[in-house]
Design a protein around this ligand. Structure first.
Ligand SMILES: [Zn+2]
Length: 235
């Protein structure tokens, strides 16, 4: 057996431990919870804005209703004056008629505006209900993510411990010269220091080794290295 062979399994544990530790670091930084919280806060901000707009619309609506009411009363009073005989002057009557027409026209415009406003309000109310539901769901999600993160953290920590123990046991079985080279190479090779040679291809860099070089490898004492990436080859 190639004395470098146990390095492949060590490599697998080391790669897994690197990945697990990166995930643990992210969980400890609370990245997932922070992201869920940011989303929940944003949903609440949107809902707050909608509520402000609805309050404003509500005030406008009251103001319009009041104006319409007061124009109706005024028009009715003017109309009474036209017909109760208290005004005889034709020019004055004309002026009152003109005023009544004017009031009715303005009231009709206001009524159209009021209708438009109520349509907008209905639309905003629907959006507000949706935002409320969304915000409640996101707030629950924050709690859930926090719980999941704590649970995942425990699982990952256990897995790191288990793999570290297995790795240590394997390391005992490897020639110290191989292990030292492996450990020195790993930081320089993006965490991958040992790779299998399959059909003349190094699985570390996926390059084909020349037949001349492969011939030469047969006579190498100690760790065999890839001609291209210099990783330890497991043959
Ligand atoms: Zn290579």
């Amino acid at each position: 057996m190639d004395p470098a062979r146990p390095l492949l399994e060590i490599q697998e544990h080391d790669t897994a431990i690197d990945r697990l530790q990166a995930r643990i670091a992210a969980l400890e930084a609370g990245a997932d919870v922070a992201a869920a919280l940011a989303e929940a806060n944003e949903a609440e901000r949107v809902m707050g804005e909608l509520r402000l707009k609805l309050d404003e619309l509500s005030r406008d609506q009251q103001r319009f209703e009041h104006e319409i009411d007061s124009m109706s009363q005024k028009a009715a009073a003017e109309e009474r004056r036209m017909y109760d005989g208290s005004v005889a002057n034709a020019r004055e009557l004309d002026s009152i008629r003109h005023e009544v027409d004017n009031l009715k026209k303005r009231r009709s415009d206001r009524e159209d505006e009021l209708l438009g406003l109520m349509e907008v309000r209905e639309e905003l109310e629907a959006q507000e209900r949706e935002a409320d539901t969304r915000s409640t769901a996101l707030r629950a999600r924050v709690d859930e993510v926090g719980g999941i993160a704590a649970e995942e953290l425990r699982t990952l920590t256990d897995e790191v411990k288990e793999r570290t123990e297995k790795r240590a046991a394997l390391a005992e079985t490897v020639d110290p010269e191989y292990l030292e080279l492996y450990e020195n190479l790993r930081p320089q090779k993006k965490g991958v220091a040992a790779a299998e040679l399959v059909d003349g291809v190094c699985l570390g860099c996926h390059e084909q080794l020349s037949s001349v070089y492969r011939d030469r490898l047969k006579r190498v004492e100690g760790p065999k290295r890839c001609e291209h990436c210099r990783r330890i080859l497991v043959i």
